[in-house]
Design a protein around this ligand. Structure first.
Ligand code: SF4
Ligand code: SF4
Length: 158
């Protein structure tokens, strides 16, 4: 086959592929924050603290490999209660695993923005507040990722 003919065929195939993706986009991204992809089970997002279960043993702070968790002690509360510094946290989950009281939990919330670095340091009082995804709070459509034989991955309503 002559060169101009074979290269024309290749160009035609490239244009056809471009048109296919223009008309039927094979996209995996979503329109955040109108849509929100639910992280899978076991996802390690922001940590929540349940002070009513805590026996103030300090194991969570001791195990933390990043020195992100520390006990906040006061004059009246010498044992202290844990708080976390998200500037340092690597979301390993060691603190949650070691807690004998299940007083720490890794939530699925991850899409949070802060205005200053100081806000990333979370003392016990704030640590016990449930982290909230701004997209979910704003009423985003919740989606989950599923495996698809043809496309690989796609999203459907959670
Ligand atoms: S998740 Fe890991 S790094 Fe973060 S506070 Fe817990 S132990 Fe430390
Ligand atoms: S390990 Fe659990 S019980 Fe012990 S101080 Fe930390 S949160 Fe409280």
């Amino acid at each position: 086959m002559s060169k101009p003919v074979s290269s024309f065929k290749l160009h035609l195939r490239a244009v056809a592929t471009g048109l296919k993706y223009l008309l039927f986009p094979n996209r995996i991204t979503v329109y955040y924050p109108e849509e929100y992809v639910e992280p899978p089970e076991g996802y390690r997002g922001l940590i929540r603290y349940y002070p009513e279960r805590c026996i103030q043993c300090g194991l969570c702070a001791m195990i933390c490999p990043a020195s992100a968790m520390k006990m906040y002690r006061t004059k009246t509360d010498r044992k202290g209660r844990p708080g976390v510094n998200y500037q340092r946290c690597i979301f390993c989950g060691f603190c949650v695993d070691i807690c004998p009281q299940n007083a720490l939990e890794m939530t699925k919330v991850h899409d949070v923005a802060y205005e200053s670095l100081n806000e990333l340091v979370v003392p016990p009082e704030r640590f016990s507040q449930e982290p909230v995804s701004p997209a979910v709070a704003g009423g985003a459509r919740r989606l989950k990722t599923v495996f698809d034989e043809e496309r690989g991955l796609r999203h459907e309503l959670a």
